[in-house]
Design a binder for this molecule. Structure first.
Ligand SMILES: [Zn+2]
Length: 416
């Protein structure tokens, strides 16, 4: 309907123009030398319009012919791109179906048609990895990393590869580059922390660790690696403050204070550590240097005065009393330990020693046998043990060499 109205309007306009032209009088004359052309004004106007239209048409045709090769190129490019997309989809399907060889062919076809795109390079790397061609995957990841729009993707792939072949120095460098591209990527921070652990760079692992993560072990490990004694001392203090129940930090901090000429502060730290979580190593440090057996009993009592009933406190007092020949006191402590249900192998070893100290060899033997039978049922003495592989360690270490896991060694004994 609208087109009919439009047609009628145009028709009316043309009709009006024709009427107006036919009403116009006058004449257009062109004279050149002896040449003379005379045309009526309406005919001249119609002629001029006709010439304009013909010229316009000719220019349009010329322009169209000139743009023809370019249009052909654009059409081919669009066509190639569409074909490349089809090839990439086929590659995806082939990968999902577990046919990486076919995926690789499709990716190569897509690359020939439309060149490399980030999606294509990712698929190429994935197909290469599925075929076990790590070198091919590296090439694709490097190409990805070389493009500003997909640098992070490429670095991520290279990082995974470096981690898989346990090349931790390269992994560290790549992770730092990736973090520079995407500073807000939280997982990358965790990744860098993991890489630092693998490189046994405890200082860097500490700097990158989550603030909520248990930091005492890492801080102490960083202190052991720190060449500057002032910084090492500060790290040991931080480790102790972060976790006063962590006996290695207690011992390191106390030792450093004693060496720096503050033995009283050192002993105070040992006392705080013992109060937080009694540990035989703390007792050994507290009593060290004291040879007099009676004074050792006094020191043991001083150390355990706030933790009277803790199994470690009882064991410590029993050991000191037995060494000093105070067998009655030792027996009292060991009996309380058994009654409390906390007697481990060490308690029975002391009981055997006690029988030998109190009785003749013949009388002792019978009692010893009874204790040894009970000892067989008792729990083992606590040790430093890797929570990952179960290996026992004589002392605490930041890394379990048996399974190469960091931060997994802990004390198996009871806390407070
Ligand atoms: Zn382990």
């Amino acid at each position: 309907m609208r087109s009919v109205i439009k047609f009628l309007l145009v028709f009316a306009l043309v009709f009006a123009v024709v009427l107006w032209l036919s009403g116009l009088g006058g004449q257009v004359e062109i004279r050149h030398g002896e040449w003379w052309i005379g045309v009526s004004l309406p005919a001249a106007i119609v002629l001029a319009v006709a010439v304009f239209l013909v010229l316009h048409l000719l220019l349009r045709i010329f322009g169209w012919l000139r743009g023809w090769p370019e249009r052909r190129r654009v059409r081919k490019r669009l066509n190639d791109r569409a074909l490349a997309e089809i090839a990439l989809t086929r590659a995806l399907v082939a990968l999902a179906a577990g046919r990486p060889e076919a995926a690789r062919l499709e990716v190569a076809r897509a690359r020939n048609l439309a060149g490399a795109t980030p999606q294509l390079l990712l698929l190429e790397a994935e197909a290469a990895r599925s075929l076990g061609d790590e070198e091919g995957a590296t090439k694709a990841f490097e190409e990805l990393a070389g493009r500003p729009d997909s640098r992070f993707l490429g670095l991520r792939g290279l990082l995974r590869q470096a981690e898989a072949r346990e090349d931790w120095d390269t992994a560290r460098q790549i992770a730092a580059d990736a973090q520079a591209v995407e500073p807000k990527a939280e997982w990358l921070r965790a990744e860098r922390s993991e890489v630092a652990l693998r490189r046994k760079d405890w200082g860097e692992a500490l700097a990158l660790s989550n603030p909520e993560a248990p930091r005492a072990g890492l801080t102490l490990a960083a202190a052991e690696q720190e060449p500057d004694p002032v910084k090492a001392r500060e790290l040991e203090r931080q480790a102790f403050m972060a976790e006063p129940r962590f006996s290695p930090a207690v011992l390191a901090h106390a030792k450093r204070l004693a060496e720096a000429g503050s033995p009283r502060r050192g002993r105070s730290v040992l006392q705080q550590g013992w109060d937080a979580a009694p540990h035989p190593d703390i007792a050994a440090a507290f009593l060290s240097g004291e040879e007099d057996r009676i004074r050792r009993v006094k020191l043991a009592e001083e150390l355990t005065h706030r933790t009277q009933d803790h199994p470690e406190s009882r064991l410590l007092r029993a050991r000191a009393a037995l060494d000093a020949g105070l067998t009655g006191r030792a027996r009292q402590e060991l009996a309380a330990l058994r009654d409390g249900g906390h007697a481990d192998r060490r308690c029975y070893d002391l009981l055997v020693e006690l029988e030998r100290a109190e009785h003749s060899p013949d009388a002792a033997r019978e009692k010893e046998a009874a204790w040894l039978r009970e000892a067989a049922e008792a729990p083992l003495e606590p040790v430093w043990r890797c929570g990952h592989c179960g290996t026992e360690h004589r002392t605490w270490k930041p890394l379990c060499e048996a399974c190469n896991t960091a931060g997994a060694i802990s004390w198996s004994g009871v806390g407070r």
